[in-house]
Design a protein around this ligand. Structure first.
Ligand code: FAD
Length: 374
């Protein structure tokens, strides 16, 4: 077999995996359906992604996100480009909110620097927000903004520089595998043989996973609203935030990256869809309820339509945790899927996990083991 591994899908996870394999000296081919790197068709676009460490979803993610943070910085050093800005992060809600209680739990368990701020303290420190007396904030200094399109492009460039053969405009239409290797067929009729396939097709994963590993695709809309305080609330001065309402709904926002607008978006609660039937247009329902809610916390957001919007997809696993491991029913295929709306920040660590699964014969992390759904 001439090729060690073929990576299918070159978004955040596929490019990170290709880079990890190439750095390890493996012979790797990457196949991507879209014609351009860093496109806006899947899940890795929209200018900004939050990275944070006091992980409210589960403390088990903390070592991985720390590894990923180092990985992004290494990519910056190796390429001389910038893609990560530390801004600090605020997790805001009532004391029992997941974002508050869960962040404190992870921070304490892993000894992460953090502060639990009362509404009064938060008001003094972060006057750009309007604070409710019944809410608290966890401030974490090691949080910030990642540029997703830049991250994907730099990982792809670096992987190629290390010898990976990455091909765009190649839609994979079939993968067959036996105990010895895989054969991956593209829509143009071309085929690639390799010892292993790494499946990183994001919202399109269901086509390859089989009936027992079904993921849910959820439509999510990123919205940029003009913001009166944008000029002074830049990444140098203002943190990323996630706000959790008493009912449990969460939305998040960024400091202004353009000096004019703030980007806000809901975390979950979107319409369930299929990737090839995704509604990419913007309706008033996509922005009005979120704007009304966000204006409670963020004074100065203009009360009117967003000046920019980008539709994106979450690919949710049944338990909200990632699916990273060998396919339980298909030999020689490693699955990187189900990132459930919180995967981008981890991409360098996911790439390393893929490398270890394939080249090192490592066992999957229990939290991510695909076999948990079988
Ligand atoms: C609105 C939004 C906000 C988010 N915010 C955050 C955040 O703040 N922090 C965070 O950590 N995460 C966040 N996420 C989640 C994160 O962005 C995703 O988990 C991550 O980008 C998923 O990467 P991926 O490689 O799995 O998917 P993608 O980047 O979509 O890559 C999949 C690739 O596979 C290709 N493909 C599909 N089918 C085929 C085929 N048959 N043949 C070849 N190629 C194929 C696609 O074209 C695509 O390029 C957010 C996601 C969204 C949508």
């Amino acid at each position: 077999m001439d090729t060690d591994v073929v990576v299918v899908g070159l978004g955040a996870m596929g490019t990170a995996a290709a880079l990890a394999f190439a750095r390890a000296g493996a012979r790797v081919i990457g196949l991507e359906a879209e014609p351009v790197v860093g496109h806006a068709v899947g899940s890795s676009h929209g200018e900004s992604r939050i990275i944070r460490q006091a992980y409210f979803e589960d403390p088990a993610y903390v070592p991985l996100v720390q590894e990923a943070w180092d990985g992004w910085q290494k990519l910056e050093r190796d390429t001389g480009a910038s893609l990560l800005t530390r801004t600090g992060g605020l997790m805001i809600g009532r004391p029992e909110a997941d974002v508050v209680a869960g962040s404190v739990r992870s921070a304490r368990l892993h000894g992460l620097s953090h502060e639990l701020l009362s509404a009064n303290e938060a008001r003094r420190r972060f006057g750009q927000f309007r604070w409710r007396d019944d809410e608290l904030a966890v401030f974490e200094p090691m949080a910030g903004v990642l540029r997703p399109e830049v991250g994907v492009r730099l990982a792809a460039d670096e992987a190629r520089a290390k010898g990976a053969d990455l091909r765009w405009g190649r839609r994979v239409t079939g993968i067959t595998s036996d105990g010895r290797g895989v054969r991956v067929v593209c829509s143009d009729g071309g085929a690639v043989r390799a010892s292993w396939a790494v499946l990183a097709v994001g919202a399109w994963s269901n086509a390859y996973l089989g009936d027992r590993l079904k993921l849910q695709v959820e439509r999510q809309v990123q919205l940029w609203f003009p913001w009166e305080h944008a000029g002074r609330c830049t990444p140098a001065t203002s943190p990323v935030f996630i706000h959790e309402a008493p009912g449990g709904g969460q939305y998040y926002g960024f400091p202004s990256l353009d000096g004019q607008t703030m980007k806000v978006a809901r975390h979950h609660g979107g319409q369930v869809t299929e990737p090839d039937r995704l509604a990419r247009g913007l309706e008033e329902d996509d922005w009005r309820p979120l704007l009304d809610e966000a204006r409670e916390l963020v004074p100065g957001l203009r009360n009117g339509p967003p000046t920019r919007a980008a539709v994106c997809m979450y690919t949710n696993s049944p338990d909200g945790h990632f699916i990273v491991g060998r396919h339980p029913e298909r030999a020689q295929i490693v699955v990187l899927a189900g990132f459930s709306g919180h995967g981008f920040k981890f991409a360098p660590a996911i790439g390393r996990l893929a490398r270890d699964l394939v080249l090192g014969g490592a066992a999957p992390l229990p939290l991510f083991d695909p076999a948990r759904f079988m």
